[in-house]
Ligand binder design. Structure first.
Ligand SMILES: [Zn+2]
Length: 302
């Protein structure tokens, strides 16, 4: 009996080991193909055939640690003495191409006909195909691209100028009075990568309100800052808090109020529950805005 059990165990072990081996070889082959694909694209893009340069950048890419879907890479690397030793335009290019390669595999897994001219990749013609376009949508075209759904993970933070409060042109702002900016905001949910936005309902809005302390912000830049944060994968409540935190930091005051009102999530409105009425409202505030009366005043003044 004992012998029999031992035999079964041995067989099982061999079987497992066999599977493991197959899987390892499979991964190696895939990774070789991935590297080859990225190298070809890299040589073409940077007009270099220097394998050493590619190898260096490839290793940077391989060693880059995964970071959260709602984080920005420069924030993650901010404690590194020289962040560009880990991440730069060339590494970003490899990331985008690796994403395109993996997405092509996902398309093949879904049995999508890749000869279809509408999805096909034709590198000679500069056509990146649908996998390439999705890769661009998720990774952005470059480190300055602020137009894509998830580009806020990869790009530099927009600069926001601040001015001493008494500088000419700003004296008309009465002390202690909130300055409020209404803005358009689109983010994607971290669960489905489906957009949620102020765009899908007429009543929906996003506002940032703050009471200047020492410094006035170039307020026209606030929407860019909010969108930079939004262009990542989020839960709406965490996004609201993140915008609040960032504005608090740049405005150097805790008198900040952020409200996202009646935001429609497409993962709920166009799929799944297909609810046309659902929307979410979230707020984050601190300092003087802890007083509900002040928050109400801001909303009434919109
Ligand atoms: Zn979702």
């Amino acid at each position: 009996m004992l012998k029999l059990i031992k035999k079964i165990k041995r067989n099982l072990k061999q079987k497992l080991f066999k599977n493991e081996k197959i899987e390892t070889t499979y991964h190696c082959k895939m990774d070789d193909e991935l590297k080859y694909f990225c190298r070809e694209a890299y040589f073409k893009k940077f007009k270099t055939f220097n394998p050493v340069a590619f190898e260096e950048d490839w290793n940077k890419y391989i060693n880059l640690k995964p970071f959260k879907i709602n984080e920005n890479i420069f924030d993650v690397l901010k404690d590194e003495p020289n962040a560009c030793n880990f991440y730069d335009e060339r590494v970003h290019f490899i990331i985008r191409n690796a994403t395109q390669f993996r997405l092509t595999q996902a398309f093949e897994a879904m049995k999508i006909d890749m000869t279809d001219p509408n999805v096909r990749i034709v590198p000679e013609e500069g056509n990146i195909g649908t996998p390439g376009r999705i890769a661009k949508m998720y990774v952005g075209a470059n480190l300055h691209d602020d137009s894509e759904l998830l580009c806020g993970r990869w790009t530099y933070k927009p600069r926001i100028a601040s001015f001493p409060e008494d500088e000419e042109g700003y004296t008309f702002v009465e002390k202690g009075i909130p300055i409020t900016k209404m803005l358009d905001l689109t983010a994607v949910c971290s669960h489905h990568l489906a957009p949620f936005s102020t765009d899908f309902k007429t009543e929906a809005y996003a506002i940032i309100s703050y009471i200047p302390d020492e410094d006035m912000l170039g307020i026209s830049k606030l929407p860019r800052l909010a969108q930079w944060i939004g262009s990542r994968g989020w839960l709406q409540e965490d996004l609201t808090k993140a915008i609040y935190k960032e504005v608090k930091e740049v405005a150097k005051t805790s008198n900040v109020y952020v409200k996202l009102y009646k935001i429609v999530h497409t993962c709920e409105s166009i799929r799944g529950a297909k609810s046309k009425k659902g929307s979410f409202t979230t707020e984050a505030y601190g300092g003087a805005f802890k007083r509900k009366k002040l928050r109400d005043q801001v909303i009434q003044g919109l």
